[in-house]
Design a protein around this ligand. Structure first.
Ligand code: FES
Ligand code: FES
Length: 164
């Protein structure tokens, strides 16, 4: 099987890896780096469970070839905790708002929410729903997920305003 050397950044760390040219980014992240927050759901780009940020944008890593990650900056949920292992505000908000049940979809939703909560502009609830429409949850009914994202986005904005 053909392999190719790629260089990329994963959760802030520069890595080099010989990857199978047919391997998905999901498989590379899970198998080579034990980043198991990247879930294998449908594996055909339908459910969003495998969402990671590539150069700051959410992608379904199951339909993204590992070789395409060459030169890119990859962020998974593991990259959101600090060095001491303390979880981020958005992860805490998911817990506080009851937005996690079985948890399988949670990493994907959180990764999809990052451009919303990091944005300087305010998203309406409808816009939040639209932006996470590629992610499926079979447990929660979505309302609490939207609540957690909305709450974190508001808190981050308030923080930024205070720091100005
Ligand atoms: S596992 Fe990638 S979109 Fe479902
Ligand atoms: S919490 Fe179970 S699929 Fe979303």
């Amino acid at each position: 099987m053909a392999k190719k050397l790629i260089t990329c950044t994963i959760n802030g760390e520069k890595v080099e890896n010989y990857v199978d040219v047919r391997a998905s980014l999901t498989d590379m992240l899970r198998n080579d780096y034990e980043l198991t927050s990247v879930k294998k759901g449908c594996e055909v780009g339908e459910c969003g469970a495998c969402t990671v940020l590539i150069n700051g944008e959410p992608f379904n890593s199951c339909i993204y070839l590992a070789i395409w990650a060459d030169g890119k900056d990859i962020l998974t949920l593991e990259g959101l905790t600090d060095k001491e292992g303390t979880i981020s505000d958005i992860q805490q908000a998911f817990i506080d708002e009851g937005a996690v049940q079985c948890g399988f979809c949670t990493p994907g939703f959180i990764m999809s929410s990052l451009p919303i909560i990091n944005s300087d502009r305010e998203f309406t609830r409808d816009e939040i729903k639209k932006n996470i429409s590629g992610n499926f949850c079979r447990c929660t009914g979505y309302q609490n997920i939207v609540n957690a994202i909305e709450k974190t986005a508001k808190a981050r904005k308030a923080n930024k305003t205070r720091q100005k």
